[in-house]
Design a protein. Structure first.
Length: 443
């Protein structure tokens, strides 16, 4: 994998942890609060079904390696998930402590504590099988779904190659998750464990131009599609082609990789999902004079998690509700302002602009964050795959598509959910592929 750009150290310094890690004594105290429930609702709430009571009990007894291995058995990206999972609505949201009006166990921070200790020790992932099979699997995309599939297959003795058009692996973990949630260095540190298993990475390779699907089908027994989603939707208003209009994912990628290190002037973000708020928070930390989030509905309608909204307010982000941009006005090389109109929600729930309500917001950088498209261009070569609403249709229990040689998982299947959901998809598909390959070897 490529070395990180030198500018990344400067970026990392500006984005300290959103939730600082536990010190050892605090971790032991917190782990001893766990009731080790026999029915473990926290385990059921985790898409990868990590045995939460088991790994927490091992922290309490001082067995940090055993704790980490318990996590990794279920989720090979346990370190990144400990930092980016919305634990408030998953494992911690299901904690029985809520029944007693007590704070839930800090499962995410305990998981991070165990995983950080594992990484700091220089440990490696164990191979479950030392028998190496000749069967080969290609994973298109090197994001969480493909990484989980690759690790599971390699640990079972199969040969795996990941293809990705970008210079670094990790998908949104590397390029799209806010730095204060998951530093780029931590994403790559975790991926190196998978690389050390013997998984091959072919980076900077575009499927369709550098290598064809036909070539992949000739070289590999199965193909896993972990291609994620396409680019952000463009905001169809006058002026949206200005160079100072940068979509949220590109903005986050640029600062995480050190291409952008400072922001000046006024920043306007369109949208109110988690990615929009990540971009707004980052702009504030990078030095913007002001950051405004415009949303055409109210705070009750936002798709971002409530804790993300509260965090954005703490970062000094200003929210303009019932506001819709209608044009971007430029002055020489810079954006000068965003022309907006107020909106109202009618009794039947529809949205309409309010007449004669136009106003202007000073703006130097405009960041749309209104959702991602599906990768229709890639899927036009779909090789017998069935699409449903732009998503790849699969058999949920196995991840197998309508073409029996293709499996899929992650955002290209679920439309854009959490990292942990992608990991669960990838592992499930890998288990199914390994089973089919094993059956074929005995046929």
């Amino acid at each position: 994998m490529q070395d990180l750009p030198q500018q990344h150290a400067e970026i990392a310094a500006r984005f300290p942890d959103l939730h600082p890690p536990f010190e050892r004594q605090a971790a032991v105290i917190e782990s001893n609060r766990c009731l080790n429930c026999f029915d473990a609702p926290c385990m059921g709430a985790c898409p990868t079904h990590i045995d939460v009571p088991r790994f927490i009990k091992k922290i309490a007894s001082g067995n940090l390696r055993g704790s980490a291995l318990s996590i990794l058995e279920a989720n090979v990206l346990g370190a990144s998930c400990s930092r980016v999972c919305p634990v408030e609505v998953l494992c911690e949201g299901a904690c029985v402590m809520h029944r007693y009006n007590k704070q839930p166990i800090s499962i995410g921070r305990l998981q991070r504590f165990a995983m950080d200790a594992f990484h700091d020790s220089g440990a490696s992932l164990p191979l479950r099988s030392h028998k190496q099979h000749s069967a080969r699997v290609a994973c298109i995309g090197a994001g969480p779904a493909s990484l989980a599939a690759a690790a599971e297959l390699k640990q079972s003795g199969y040969q795996v190659t990941l293809f990705d058009k970008r210079a670094l692996p990790g998908g949104l973990n590397t390029y799209g998750v806010a730095e204060y949630k998951l530093p780029l260095t931590d994403s790559l540190r975790e991926i190196r464990l998978i690389e050390q298993l013997g998984v091959e990475f072919r980076l900077g390779v575009e499927i369709g131009s550098d290598v064809s699907m036909e070539e992949l089908e000739n070289e590999f027994d199965y193909i896993f599609l972990g291609i994620g989603l396409g680019g952000m939707h463009a905001l169809d208003i006058p002026g949206n082609d200005h160079p100072a209009v940068i979509d949220a994912l590109q903005f986050i990628s640029d600062y995480k990789t050190g291409c952008t290190t400072n922001i000046s002037g006024n920043v306007v973000v369109i949208g109110a999902g988690n990615t929009a708020l990540d971009a707004a928070d980052a702009a504030a930390r990078l030095g913007a004079k002001s950051v405004s989030v415009l949303y055409r509905r109210t705070s009750a309608h936002i798709s971002a998690f409530s804790f993300e909204y509260e965090h954005a307010k703490q970062e000094g982000v200003r929210f303009e509700w019932l506001t819709q941009p209608i044009a971007i006005h430029a002055s020489s090389d810079d954006v000068a302002s965003v022309e907006c109109t107020r909106t109202e929600i009618t009794s039947d729930g529809t949205l309409r602009p309010i007449a004669d309500s136009t106003f202007y917001i000073d703006c130097n950088l405009f960041i749309p964050a209104i959702g991602q498209s599906f990768l229709h261009e890639f899927l036009a070569q779909r090789r017998g795959l069935r699409l449903e609403g732009g998503r790849i249709s699969i058999e949920r229990a196995t991840g197998q598509t309508t073409n029996p040689r293709y499996f899929a998982g992650g955002d290209c299947v679920n439309g854009g959910r959490e990292v942990v959901d992608a990991v669960a998809d990838g592992k499930r598909a890998a288990v199914a592929m390994a089973s089919l390959l094993q059956e074929a070897s005995y046929a």
